[in-house]
Ligand binder design. Structure first.
Ligand code: NDP
Ligand code: MG
Length: 382
């Protein structure tokens, strides 16, 4: 029986993780659940999975839920302390990092220090603090198992191969709902348009990130940390059907790819049961029905957020934090209908122009760079 803690249990990855737990009740036990504010869904999850500890980040909502479920005698905590308590819950062996945004940095660090393996979906944590997380995981001998489908694919394609033999990583991208559009055509994109992803049903932030290609940019930086490759060795390839989840090219030119239906339960389950594989219920790929798979180059001029991600990745230090924090702020403003669609990359570019470069920022510095980035943006876009 593997004991798991889920940070972000009410989200898209969180609920799909619980579907996996439901399918493998004899093998998986939930010991901690944490969410932001959705206490309606969290309450159902608590009643079904009976964790040892719960966190609702929002203090008011935590209190409300605590009053309602007082008869259960399960501690319901709040804030960062509560999130960390869930990440370090005594019995948990693996922590599913499925909160959205760089709020995930501290709980992930604390979970690693508490010697928990990490199934990581929360890419913003690696983008901003990869230089702290990777050595810490090694030092504490914990496994960092990717849940992001592309990174799970790369991890699977690397299986048993010597990393030194890799020549490049081919990170596939669907191109999102606006693939092939010009900047002019993107001008009047509304929130509803951007929330329609052709292949995947995901949380709101990552769906917007996929439409701007900034998600792929974050994934390029995530891949750099997870697989210890140079940015020159990471190539983004558009593969609109989302059947090839990514590929690894070796020195001799051989390419190993992982393919599958676009179903996040597969990478989630792979991370939870690694190194063994279990059946996932649902459709399988039928190649004779698929017929063909297309490829093309990404348009890094229209979707220049992807180009900026490569640039900040290469600069390193504090720049990926500025990039990520600016994107988080811009996407929140777009979802709130405060800015137009094309202002998302504009805000990122502006924030990068205001930022000062800092080598190897500490956790405290990362969090203060995040704040500074928000303040710079709010001065101009308010
Ligand atoms: P969602 O928006 O669907 O879910 C986010 C989860 O985080 C919710 O449970 C939310 O709680 C919780 N949360 C938000 N803020 C806090 C907080 N301060 N404290 C505790 N919990 C919080 O996002 P996704 O599931 O789509 O994405 C999660 C992460 O996984 C992201 O980093 C994303 O990039 C990554 N990812 C997602 C994929 C997908 O298919 N969805 C694919 C690959 C990566 P509440 O509901 O209460 O707000
Ligand atoms: Mg992905």
């Amino acid at each position: 029986m593997k004991k798991i803690s889920i940070l972000g249990s009410t989200g898209s990855i969180g609920t799909q993780t619980l579907e996996v737990v439901r399918a493998y009740q004899k093998d998986l036990k939930v010991t901690a659940l944490a969410a932001g504010s959705n206490i309606k869904l969290l309450e159902q999850q608590i009643l079904e999975f009976k964790p040892n500890v719960v966190c609702v980040y929002d203090e008011e909502k935590a209190k409300e839920l605590k009053d309602k479920l007082s008869y259960l005698k399960i501690p319901i905590l709040s804030g960062m302390d509560g999130l960390i308590a869930c990440a370090t819950e005594r019995e948990a062996e693996i922590v599913v990092g499925a909160v959205v945004g760089m709020i995930g940095i501290r709980p992930t660090i604390e979970a690693i220090k508490a010697k928990k393996d990490i199934a990581l979906a929360n890419k913003e944590t690696l983008v901003t603090a990869g230089h702290l997380i990777m050595p810490l995981a090694e030092e504490n001998k914990v496994a960092l198992l990717p849940v992001d489908s592309e990174h799970s694919a790369i991890f699977q394609a690397l299986h048993g191969e010597n990393k030194k033999e890799v020549s490049k990583i081919l990170l596939t991208a669907s191109g999102g709902p606006f693939r092939g559009k010009t900047k002019e055509e993107l001008k009047n994109i509304q929130v509803e348009d951007a929330l329609k992803h052709p292949n995947w049903a995901m949380g709101r932030k990552i769906t917007i990130d996929s439409s701007t290609m900034i998600n792929k940019g974050l994934e390029v930086i995530e891949a750099k940390w997870l697989f210890d490759v140079d940015f020159e060795q990471i190539e983004v390839v558009i593969q609109p059907q989302s059947i090839i989840h990514s590929m690894v090219e070796y020195k001799d030119g051989a390419v190993i790819a992982q393919l599958g239906t676009p179903d996040m339960r597969l990478p989630i389950q792979y991370a939870l049961f690694y190194p063994s594989r279990r059946p996932v219920e649902g459709e399988r790929l039928d190649f004779t029905k698929i017929g063909k798979i297309d490829f093309c180059k990404p348009d890094m001029e229209t979707f220049y957020g992807l180009r900026l991600a490569y640039e900040v990745g290469k600069k390193g230090g504090s720049m990926p934090t500025v990039f990520n924090a600016a994107n988080e702020a811009a996407v929140a403003k777009f979802l709130n209908r405060e800015i137009s669609y094309l202002e998302i990359p504009e805000i990122i570019e502006y924030s990068l122009s205001k930022a000062t470069w800092k080598e190897n920022p500490t956790l405290e510095e990362i969090l203060s760079i995040e704040q500074e980035t928000y303040e710079n943006i709010n001065r101009k876009w308010n």
